[in-house]
Design a protein. Structure first.
Length: 461
């Protein structure tokens, strides 16, 4: 009969086991180079290893000239259309762009006026969640982490689908539009449940309004008053457009490709993508920017002093300030070199919003950090690698000006990126054909099996 083990003994067991695992499971330095393993599926020059093809999105930030990687201004292209042109198109006509963007990414072409109106009507028709689903799965089961909650809700929605495992294009499109419409509600209601049941705030549950855009509905769902200004909705709409797609190689989209290649349902693929996006190295970065900038505001007495800001940034790089990671959050990107077009576009709208909100001093502080951070990093690290601000550097500030709770920062990313994920899932089912199955080399030496009675002294665990 097994001996009953106490909680203290359990805790001690895993403390010892964890320490032993740190020693046993960590590879020796240099082993990846020895076997020429491209860690993170990245080449030595930082470019991604080519593992697939896509017609959905393109991220362009350098050219190869005589085998040399030459940095260029960043470009983001949706279905062959430059993001600058797409954004200029709907902003110049003073209309919302997310729905047009979603249609383009899913269907492959820009919609006509009639097609766009019809698509908006379809989204509106799906933009509701049964009350029993909200009560049973959201209000009765609040979560401290909204991304985990969102992944769980997506998986539960499988049970509400009459034909969940059908991976035909027709059914995948239907499921995609349904989920794109419902993601804002799932995220907003999950926040309201957390705010009420875990944080002691008032419970606010609004019903979506069919005549409103995705951005307008999201602001309305998050605010007790349900009110917002036209500029607020315009800026959030732009943020959704800029986050909707970023090529097939970003971590969450690649996760969706990997899972979809097994032939499984769309809900399983999206849950995997959400789990990836939750990570601080991916979608959680904008919250880190907020924390870093708040720390900077406390530590730097004169926000107009380049010298004081430089000193603070130098401390960050030397792991002497903020979270001691050595990272200036919001600076640098895996692909972009000279510029991130998403950052440029969002910065323009952030300035307008900061002016309306009376927060121009903070906006100017962000601009100073954006200008000085690459210089400080190059000086201390002795690196000539180009570094630009990425979209996370301004998105967190924008959400803060929109009075969006910080817990919603990454879910908003998911609300936008679900469009790109769905487009890539459809593309994988249509064109992939083979399960994605790369190789891992086993570097553990062979050893003989020793019978239990002959094993001698206990291991540390």
């Amino acid at each position: 009969m097994l001996k009953e083990i106490t909680q203290a003994e359990l805790d001690n067991y895993f403390d010892i086991w964890g320490e032993a695992a740190e020693i046993k499971c960590r590879f020796m330095p240099g082993v990846y180079s020895k076997y020429n393993v491209k860690r993170g599926l990245r080449n030595e020059d930082g470019s991604g290893v080519l593992v697939g093809l896509t017609e959905i999105g393109e991220v362009h930030a350098y050219v190869i000239d005589e085998n040399e990687k030459i940095p260029v201004e960043g470009r983001l292209i949706y279905r062959g259309i430059d993001i600058y042109d797409l954004v200029e198109g709907f902003l110049s006509e003073d209309r919302f762009g997310f729905e047009e963007c979603a249609y383009l990414l899913l269907h492959g072409d820009l919609p006509t006026e009639r097609e766009l109106e019809q698509f908006r009507s379809v989204l509106a028709a799906y933009r509701s969640i049964p009350e029993d689903f909200v009560r049973s799965n959201i209000l009765n089961v609040p979560s401290r982490d909204l991304m985990n909650q969102l992944a769980r809700l997506v998986l539960i929605w499988y049970s509400y689908d009459d034909n969940p495992d059908d991976t035909s294009v027709k059914n995948l499109l239907k499921q995609s539009v349904n989920l794109i419409a419902k993601f804002p509600l799932m995220a907003a209601y999950s926040y309201q449940a957390k705010a009420h049941y875990l944080d002691g705030k008032s419970l606010v549950i609004h019903k979506p309004r069919p005549e409103l855009s995705t951005a307008e509905n999201l602001l309305m769902l998050l605010r007790a008053s349900g009110e917002y200004t036209p500029l607020e909705a315009k800026v959030l709409d732009l943020a959704l457009v800029l986050h909707a797609e970023h090529g097939g190689g970003n971590n969450s989209t690649f996760a969706a490709h990997v899972v979809s290649s097994s032939g499984t349902d769309i809900y399983s693929s999206l849950a995997a993508a959400i789990g990836s996006l939750k990570g601080p190295k991916h979608g959680g970065a904008n919250s880190k920017v907020i924390g870093m900038m708040e720390d900077l505001k406390r530590e730097v007495k004169d926000w107009g002093s380049d010298a004081q800001i430089r000193d603070y940034l130098a401390k960050i790089v030397r792991k002497e300030a903020f979270d001691r990671s050595g990272l200036i959050y919001g600076m640098g990107h895996a692909v972009y070199t000279l510029s991130d077009p998403r950052c440029i576009l969002l910065r323009e709208q952030a300035e307008q919003l900061a002016c309306q909100k009376g927060r121009m001093e903070e906006f100017e502080l962000h601009k100073r950090v954006e200008r000085l951070a690459p210089e400080v990093f190059r000086e201390i690290k002795k690196s000539d690698k180009p570094m630009c601000a990425n979209i996370d550097f301004y998105s967190g500030f924008v959400y803060n000006m929109l009075d969006i709770p910080v817990e919603m920062n990454t879910p908003i990313f998911a609300i936008a990126r679900v469009v790109g994920w769905c487009a890539h899932i459809i593309e994988e089912h249509l064109n992939g054909g083979r399960i994605i199955r790369p190789a891992y080399k086993n570097i553990k030496k062979r050893q003989d099996y020793v019978r239990l009675k002959d094993r001698g002294q206990d291991s540390p665990v």
